[in-house]
Design a protein around this ligand. Structure first.
Ligand code: 5GP
Length: 176
């Protein structure tokens, strides 16, 4: 990949991601039988995960997109989150599955899950591809988790570094 040759190490390869996404899809399919499911794809980081995950869920569902911006305080999210692009439909009475790329401090998801609850959905579950438990500041329940990762900055499969590398088909770590 241009500009980062030699600095990029594969952490989770494409085959391992595909296998885990398939398992999560089967788990979600079994758990949400008979429900009126709305999948919320949190932009931009979860687009690839969400696109693959929905194809492994054998249920009638709709897909909504939600854009979030977390304000950074140095290198870390400050917990101040803004919705940059909101859902196009109400979720009242719906069974919502939020699809996120990574739960790091937990501040972003805490904000979003509290915000969604005010819209009176029937249920809200969280699917996150990655979790960095070493960085937890607020505990967030991840109902469907792909992988746990160490305290490293990961890129690829939707996750960016300065808006780039989202198109890598695997999850990698940039070494300094
Ligand atoms: P939190 O509010 O949980 O600290 O942060 C969540 C957001 O921070 C994620 O949705 C993601 O956009 C960003 N983030 C946290 N850790 C990483 C990482 O290792 N790599 C990338 N690319 N983004 C991260």
């Amino acid at each position: 990949m241009q500009g980062i040759e030699g600095k990029l190490r594969t952490l989770i390869d494409a085959e391992a991601i595909a296998a885990r996404v398939k398992e999560l899809g089967a788990q979600i399919t079994a758990a949400h039988q008979g429900q009126d499911v709305v999948v919320i794809c949190v932009l931009k980081g979860s687009i690839l995960f969400c696109a693959d995950l929905v194809r492994q869920i054998d249920l009638p569902l709709t897909i909504e997109f939600l854009g979030l911006r977390s304000y950074e305080d140095g290198t870390e999210t400050s917990g101040v989150v803004q919705i940059t692009s909101d859902l196009t439909k109400p979720i009242e009475g719906k069974d919502v599955i939020v699809v996120e790329d990574i739960v790091d401090t937990g501040l972003t998801m805490q904000y979003l899950l509290e915000n969604l609850e005010t819209r009176r959905p029937r249920s809200v579950k969280l699917a996150s591809l990655l979790h960095k438990p070493a960085r937890t500041r607020v505990p967030v329940t991840i109902d469907y988790l792909g992988f746990t990762v160490d305290d490293v900055f990961v890129i690829g499969y939707g996750l960016d570094y300065a808006q780039r590398y989202r198109n890598l088909p695997f999850i990698g770590v940039l070494s300094p």
